[in-house]
Design a protein around this ligand. Structure first.
Ligand SMILES: [Zn+2]
Length: 486
């Protein structure tokens, strides 16, 4: 976990310099269009957003897999309409199945999507699609729209908007990543993805197979607050048929023969990939949040929704009218952290005192903040453990604070303590494992023979891009999932 301040939520503001509007030529269509971003601005914006994405979601630490992704991405970028942009390809440490493009050449692939892909050709199609969003300037265009909507917002207004948005998945700063593309943009990105994958020698019709997999999945956002594929990349009409048709067109246009699929090579690359939520980064079990790496725990009120990102934990009330925020402060003492919070937020202090929480030095503050929506009351605790100061803030409108939410906030914050239970500390994530089938048979039979549990069969079929009654020959690689929290 890294530090964030309440101003994290205002992080969009420094990203909103008033760019002079100008007409730019679209690199894909060749048409002139209104753009607030020059290419230089685009790259600068990309760099800024990238540091926020890394801080907030964290990267999947696997140098070999990242290098592999980057090598493939660079090959695709070289045949794209904007080969000279400085491209970066990164793996976001999230189980959510999605991929994101940010202006200036930043492409993010989640480890969740890597688990569900079944060949290098499918991966090339997905990466080509994301590169397409960048080359056709869809991301820059979205940014232009978002900026026009945000210009002129004052800090106080942003705070109350932020407060309202606590219940949403939308995150400020990196919110741009989560804007929904139009169906026309999606169609164009599909076409470009097929083109770039074909130009690098891949069978681009494999992208259609992956879209079939996506349609069979239950779309779920993760605890990290990242949205799933269809919430950012909506389906244009007959997407799968259109991709297959375009792939055939490009194959004949380029005279391609022996197009690459590279199924086995890809599957061996992802053998051992972490699957699902990684409990080492924090997990909820029976209304207690445990963090094995940082060795702390605290209770969470039943029914509240917890989102855990690398930079903070948010806990949202069932009625979405109260929220608790939790992160690591950069200050050295609880008192210093409390003073910094009061100073940064501009809140007026009602009570402030030192106390101890489960034997740990702490400081407690009750404060009020004026927002556009009215007075918000905040209970804050700053608690020191192992040379780090952790801070909690519980917020709701004043009228609901004293009798309703303050006791709930207090139970969670005063419940913060050292995690010493070895069983809760030594947790291991589930991982994708690649196995070879010894005999032929239905997928269902073979998965069971490989040790898959019955209740996971449906999900494993989707993971393998096959159906349970499909006949599978001997000596084929299949993915199974091993380990994880019981
Ligand atoms: Zn898209």
């Amino acid at each position: 976990m890294k530090r964030a301040t309440i101003f994290f939520f205002f992080a969009v503001l420094p990203l909103v310099p008033v760019f002079l509007s100008s007409c730019a030529v679209n690199p894909v269509s060749g048409r002139h269009e209104l753009m607030l971003l020059s290419e230089k601005d685009e790259i600068r914006l990309g760099r800024k957003t990238d540091s926020q994405v890394v801080r907030q979601y964290g990267l999947y630490e696997d140098k070999r897999l990242t290098a592999y992704l980057n090598e493939l991405g660079q090959r695709l970028a070289r045949v794209s309409h904007r080969p000279s942009l400085p491209y970066h390809f990164k793996i976001v440490d999230s189980p959510v199945v999605n991929a994101f493009a940010v202006p200036g050449g930043y492409v993010y692939i989640t480890r969740g999507i890597l688990a569900y892909l079944n060949s290098e050709a499918e991966l090339a199609g997905v990466m080509g699609h994301e590169i397409g969003h960048i080359t056709a300037r869809h991301t820059a265009e979205q940014y232009t729209r978002a900026t026009l909507a945000q210009l002129g917002l004052g800090l106080g207004m942003v705070f109350s908007d932020t407060f309202r948005a606590f219940g949403d998945l939308a995150q400020f700063g990196v919110g741009m990543m989560f804007l929904k593309f139009s169906r026309d943009n999606e169609r164009q990105a599909d076409d470009l993805g097929v083109e770039y994958a074909s130009r690098t020698g891949y069978d681009a019709s494999q992208l259609a197979r992956f879209f079939e997999t996506l349609e069979r999945m239950e779309e779920k956002g993760g605890r990290s607050g990242l949205p799933g594929w269809f919430s950012t990349h909506p389906n244009p009409e007959d997407r799968i048929g259109a991709v297959r048709k375009r792939a055939r067109e490009w194959q004949s246009k380029l005279g391609l023969r022996n197009m690459k699929v590279n199924r086995n090579a890809y599957l061996w690359r992802i053998d051992g990939l972490v699957f699902g939520e990684d409990p080492r980064q924090g997990y909820l079990s029976e209304n207690v949040f445990y963090h094995p790496l940082l060795r702390f725990q605290f209770p969470v009120p039943p029914g509240w929704k917890l989102q855990n990102t690398r930079s903070q934990v948010r806990i949202i009330s069932p009625g979405k009218d109260a929220v608790m925020l939790f992160w690591i402060s950069r200050s050295r003492t609880p008192r210093e952290a409390a003073e910094k919070f009061v100073c940064d937020s501009g809140a007026s202090v009602i009570e402030s005192r030192g106390e101890r929480v489960n034997g740990l030095a702490a400081h407690r503050v009750v404060s009020e903040l004026k927002t556009r929506k009215g007075l918000v009351t905040i209970l804050s605790y700053f608690i020191k453990k192992d040379r780090k100061v952790y801070e909690f803030h519980g917020l709701c409108i004043k009228s609901r604070f004293y009798y309703h939410y303050a006791p709930l906030f207090g139970d969670t914050m005063r419940g913060f303590k050292k995690l010493t239970d070895r069983k809760k500390i030594h947790v291991k994530p589930a991982r994708v494992r690649v196995r070879i089938t010894r005999r032929s048979g239905t997928l269902r039979k073979l998965l069971v023979a490989l040790g898959a549990s019955k209740d996971k069969l449906k999900e494993l079929a989707v993971l393998n891009g096959r159906h349970l009654n499909d006949r599978v020959p001997a000596n084929i690689l299949l993915k199974i999932v091993e380990g994880g929290l019981q």
